[in-house]
Design a binder for this molecule. Structure first.
Ligand SMILES: [Zn+2]
Length: 339
């Protein structure tokens, strides 16, 4: 407790809050700018456990805003979940941290939520957010949403059954929504993640969702230096929220398509195998022997072919960056991961 004396002296947290925190576990999904910094703060503050999940590896283009990763992590193409786990262990060795290099979908999200007390959204796409929202509402666990674009940050705590959920939020056209392709001003990430961390701590240690922190969308701009909180009502009445009012979980019950699944997120194409099966990375490496730029570790094989970067993960997944058209990525998948 001694190392936390200064935060315990902060009366709203106190030793009671600290004790609750030390017995709590958080799931952080997506370990980019938001997720990695929220995880770091919770770790420094002495949370009991962290489950870190991200499907990607560290890239040098992450480093201007993701302070937990280093040039060495990028050079070694380390998966973010494992690079971060190692870093956090050196910050507070008492926190039980586990890292998973997973693509989160309906088949594994319920398992990820087991035993955790709060879920942090560090994702960068709507489909994953809707899935997390449904999983949290169904399990009755708090979810702390976060998003950044340009110099704007957004954060909201969802307390299932008490406050509006993410689906309620995103169906309201009075609520400003992040615009993509506006670049990203790095300080935005720190401020927004700090706010998410505070909302997560409060979801753990405070029972009553007082107006200041829950059920409101906090919108900030670190360039114009402004912040506002917008009340978000639960969608009840004649057009009720399908998730938190009607209990219909469309994303959780989505059927898996047959054949490999192609997911396009901005300039990254992810291809998931039809069935999860571990691939022999040595075989992939051998298939890439004529390619000049190849890197490998025990979790993935990475190669650069012209302007295209591809990575094959141990779970049979491939991610491709820099293709003009997703069919080029499928072509690479068939070439290197085909039977
Ligand atoms: Zn709702």
């Amino acid at each position: 407790m001694e190392r936390f004396q200064k935060q315990i002296a902060f009366e709203p947290l106190g030793s009671k809050g600290q004790e609750v925190l030390s017995r709590s576990k958080a799931l952080v999904v997506g370990l980019g700018g938001l997720g990695s910094h929220v995880a770091e703060m919770l770790c420094r503050m002495g949370i009991g456990g962290l489950r870190l999940v991200d499907r990607d590896y560290v890239d040098v283009t992450n480093l201007h805003r993701q302070a937990l990763y280093t040039e060495e992590d990028a050079d070694q193409v380390r998966p973010k979940a494992l690079a971060l786990r190692e870093r956090l262990k050196s910050i507070n060795s008492r926190v039980a941290v586990d890292g998973k290099v997973w693509h989160v979908d309906a088949s594994n999200v319920t398992r990820l939520l087991k035993g955790v007390d709060v879920v942090i959204d560090g994702s960068d796409n709507l489909s994953l957010r809707f899935l997390l929202n449904e999983a949290c509402v169904r399990a009755g666990k708090p979810l702390v949403f976060g998003a950044v674009a340009g110099s704007q940050g957004y954060a909201m705590a969802v307390l299932p059954g008490v406050t509006a959920c993410l689906r309620c939020l995103l169906s309201q056209n009075t609520v400003p929504q992040p615009v993509r392709d506006t670049g990203l001003y790095p300080p935005t990430v720190r401020v927004t993640s700090a706010l998410q961390c505070s909302l997560a701590v409060q979801a753990l240690v405070r029972r009553k969702p007082e107006k200041a922190w829950a059920g409101r969308l906090h919108v900030l701009d670190v360039w114009s230096v402004e912040m506002e909180a917008i009340s978000v009502a639960r969608r009840v009445g004649s057009d009720p929220c399908p998730v938190c009012v009607r209990g219909e979980f469309e994303w959780l019950s989505a059927e898996k398509p047959t054949g490999p699944q192609v997911i396009v997120d901005d300039d990254v194409v992810n291809i998931l195998p039809e069935r999860k099966a571990e691939v022999d990375l040595n075989v992939i490496r051998a298939r890439l022997q004529r390619v000049q730029h190849v890197k490998a570790n025990e979790y993935l094989v990475w190669a650069q072919i012209g302007d295209v970067e591809m990575a094959v993960f141990r779970d049979g997944r491939m991610s491709v960056k820099g293709v003009g058209d997703w069919s080029e990525a499928v072509h690479l998948y068939e070439r290197y991961l085909g039977e």
